[in-house]
Design a protein around this ligand. Structure first.
Ligand code: ZN
Length: 297
């Protein structure tokens, strides 16, 4: 089970959110058949969305979206307060050779463009609140850097963001995935900030400690060093989509009578793929006929 924890340190002047998400990223690879570079890109973005979601109250859905010109063609990652995560990249097979540091060239795959954070609320209650949308230009496209830049620029919260996905050559391909978000809240002093920066600079890679069995508590300690961590809560995180056969039928119905009629007459059925999870829904001729009858009555 993947887990996310949140808490504070240094007399509540520092907020820390940490997550281990190895299973979640495994599930994403299995569903979308992602290339290694796309796995790192989407994995980091999903973990980033989960971490950011844990710092916010009163939302139904938080989305990180990258609209960019690189081979990956864009990324969407959604987090819900329940810990459910889902997402996709436009080109699942986009892949690049490792960069100069021997790491996945996520920045190269993403390219340049815009980084968005969208927060929606109220729709579970049937309200239609205007979503909150913040955006910044993509900095490096490595995701962690972009999220930190977004938080500093758009929300004025100095933050450090560490996101990691480590892969191997055999199934299930993902050997470790996780992340840590550290935010300096009002009152955080320079000395503490310097200490944390220094600890992060000298800390081992997140994925190597996760691979050794570390949980989110150890990740929080890894970035805080000597500073004591006060855990305030935890939740399970997992890949989970909201699609269903029922919703697929509603979407077919929304296409209108002409489209439904041609699906029935030309193809004697329809199939709908969910972009978020790659589930495929087969809609039978009988179901199409029933939809058509509803639309024509
Ligand atoms: Zn789905």
């Amino acid at each position: 089970m993947d887990k996310l924890i949140h808490g504070t340190a240094a007399s509540d002047t520092v907020r820390v959110v940490a997550a281990v998400a190895t299973r979640t990223v495994e599930e994403v690879v299995a569903r979308h058949g992602l290339s290694p570079t796309a796995t790192a890109a989407l994995g980091r973005t999903l973990i980033g969305a989960a971490l950011l979601g844990a710092t916010q109250k009163d939302f139904d859905r938080l989305t990180i979206k990258l609209e960019s010109d690189g081979p990956i063609g864009g990324i969407v990652a959604e987090a819900r307060p329940t810990g459910a995560l889902r997402g996709y990249v436009k080109n699942a097979l986009a892949d690049l050779p490792a960069n100069g540091n021997g790491k996945f060239d996520v920045g190269g795959a993403v390219g340049s463009g815009m980084f968005f954070v969208i927060r929606e609320s109220g729709f579970e209650l049937g309200l239609h609140n205007t979503p909150y949308v913040g955006s910044v230009p993509i900095q490096t496209g490595e995701i962690g850097d972009d999220l930190a830049f977004y938080l500093a620029k758009s929300e004025q919260i100095p933050s450090a963001v560490l996101l990691g996905v480590l892969l191997k050559n055999t199934e299930p391909f993902v050997s470790a995935a996780g992340g840590v978000l550290v935010q300096m809240l009002p009152g955080a002093n320079e000395h503490i900030i310097t200490m944390i920066e220094d600890t992060i600079a000298h800390a081992p890679h997140l994925t190597s400690v996760i691979g050794d069995g570390a949980g989110p508590e150890e990740l929080a300690e890894l970035v805080l060093g000597e500073i004591e961590f006060k855990k305030l809560g935890e939740r399970e995180i997992r890949f989970e989509c909201t699609c269903s056969h029922e919703k697929a039928l509603t979407m077919i119905e929304a296409l209108g009578a002409d489209d439904v009629r041609s699906m029935l007459e030309e193809d004697t059925g329809a199939s709908m793929a969910c972009g978020f999870c790659s589930s495929n829904y087969k809609i039978s001729a009988a179901e199409l006929a029933a939809i058509l009858e509803r639309l024509s009555s």
